[in-house]
Design a protein around this ligand. Sequence first.
Ligand SMILES: O=C(CO)[C@H](O)[C@H](O)COP(=O)(O)O
Length: 204
Amino acid sequence: MMNEILASFFFDRIYCYTMLPTKMLFLSVFVIEEYKCLFRAYLDCHLMVTNPLDYVEPLGKAGASGFTFHVEVSKDNWKELVQLIKSKGMTPGVSLKPGTPIEDVFPLLEDENPVELVLVMTVEPGFGGQKFMPQMMDKVRTLRKKYPSLDIEVDGGLGPSTIDMAAAAGANCIVAGSSVFGASDPAQVISLLRKNVEDSQKTN
Ligand SMILES: O=C(CO)[C@H](O)[C@H](O)COP(=O)(O)O
């Protein structure tokens, strides 16, 4: 916990990932409420669940800042989801798994009530410490070209050895777990990741 508290002076967002079923939703709510009390950072929630609609109200109430659902499970109700997420004061985002084509998120970005962030998974969702999939950078490049001011987040295997690829492709929100919390100096890793993104933004 000490590592998290120290690192919190340097990061912009806390990434809260849940795969918990609805009957254990209270645990996600508890974690968000605790983070809300402890940190001032943006609470970026990624819902890897089949029924994200059920989570919107409780997470909004708990203090979540962003709510990112998966495109694969929201083909029929994403408009309703986006509307509800915004009505609860959160920023809507959409995520896609490595096997999902990038074209699947275009309608959600081109709607009159669009999502404001796309989370490109660079590993199969599930757990930390996996190997970054460089082939996912094509998706990031496509998005950045088509939507120059979009928030593009990447998650999975990001750290000093992979940040160049993600930043050059156009990602501007970096989720980093093992590379930060496993480092002897988490703040230094965070500032290296940030510098890479800022430098790429200046040159592109
Ligand atoms: O849980 C994950 C995927 O489901 C993430 O990849 C994780 O949050 C980030 O971890 P790491 O930086 O170690 O890849």
